[in-house]
Design a protein around this ligand. Structure first.
Ligand code: NDP
Length: 291
């Protein structure tokens, strides 16, 4: 079997196109423009690229994009004051504080200060709790994107055996909850899981979120499974440059799976698309336009 390659770039482009239509409808029907504020503290090069891309794609779908770039020495108090100001700004519907934050700032405190209704990253305990009890919530973006990709090849996931490798709050746990919502039978595996290859071999859907390059081997994959690779690992090459690989040994797994996401070009592009989706959702919730 040769797996279908799930084209994350194309699916993300479709999600953004749908959002652009919804934003235009919101403007004409309700007379306002949804707005996203992104806060960046310091000069981390990867964070700068993410923030630039977020701003660009926000504007492209017709939303208002605001960037606050603060020096690395910004105090926690000043950052909290900015979050408070954005919480109270009616023209801002989503607030994203780019991680990592400098060591002198308590990231948890900052994230927990964001109004849960504007928490487009879905990291606030209120949204985490609402997701777990099955209520409407703002859901973390990478997990949402992973599920959209799985559903792009199989709309109905009900009854499928899903194994997620990795139990972080950012990826593994929300993915587990979303797959439970899809009526999968869910196993959340981690570093203490016994016989991980055996556990993964049971899976109709494998989601790898481990952070170890090419960790999941081809002979762990059940023939015909759907493989969603969340991992992004930079590997040095002989010529001094680097290349990106996922947490799955792609070439091996692609021979066994029915569908697989590549790295790059799989889950990665979905994250910002889902952030934009969350911003629209947040705007509609704040205006009382959704239940
Ligand atoms: P974390 O480091 O927070 O979590 C890694 C998880 O993998 C932990 O639960 C850990 O288990 C588990 N793990 C580590 N070693 C093993 C092992 N040997 N066997 C089984 N499980 C193991 O990572 P994240 O969840 O933040 O990220 C995971 C990957 O996803 C990374 O490559 C990251 O770059 C990528 N990522 C991609 C995003 C995107 O596409 N936009 C966004 C976010 C992340 P334990 O809990 O027991 O320690």
């Amino acid at each position: 079997m040769t797996a279908k390659i799930i084209d994350g770039k194309a699916v993300a482009a479709q999600v953004r196109a749908d959002i652009a239509v919804r934003v235009a409808e919101i403007k004409s029907k309700y007379g306002f423009q949804p707005g996203l504020a992104v806060v960046l503290v310091g000069e981390d090069p990867a964070s700068q690229v993410y923030v630039r891309n977020k701003g660009k794609q926000t504007a492209e779908v017709g939303m208002k994009s605001i960037e606050h770039k603060l020096p690395v020495e910004t105090s926690e108090a000043d950052l909290l004051a900015l979050v408070d100001k954005l919480n109270n700004d009616d023209t801002i519907n989503g607030i994203l504080v780019q991680l990592p934050l400098p060591d002198h700032v308590n990231a948890e405190k900052v994230l927990n200060t964001i109004d849960p209704m504007k928490d487009v990253d879905g990291f606030h305990p209120m949204n985490v709790g609402r997701l777990w009890i099955g209520e409407r919530a703002l859901v973390p973006c990478t997990p949402t994107g992973s599920i959209i990709l799985a559903k792009s090849v199989q709309e109905n996931l009900s009854g499928m055996e899903a194994v997620i490798i990795g139990r972080s709050n950012i990826v593994g746990k929300p993915v587990a909850q979303l797959l439970l919502r899809e009526n999968c039978t869910v196993t959340l595996a981690h570093s203490r899981t016994k016989d991980l290859p055996g556990v993964v071999r049971r899976a109709d859907i494998v989601v790898a979120a481990v952070g170890i390059p090419e960790f999941v081997k081809g002979d762990w994959i059940k023939p015909g499974a759907i493989v969603i690779d969340v991992g992004i690992n930079r590997i040095p090459k002989d010529d001094g440059k680097s290349r990106l690989v996922g947490d799955v040994a792609y070439e091996e797994a692609a021979k066994v799976a029915s569908a697989i996401t590549p790295v790059p070009g799989g889950v990665g592009p979905m994250t910002i698309a889902c952030l934009l989706r969350n911003t629209v959702e947040a705007a509609l919730m704040q205006k009382g336009l959704v239940a």
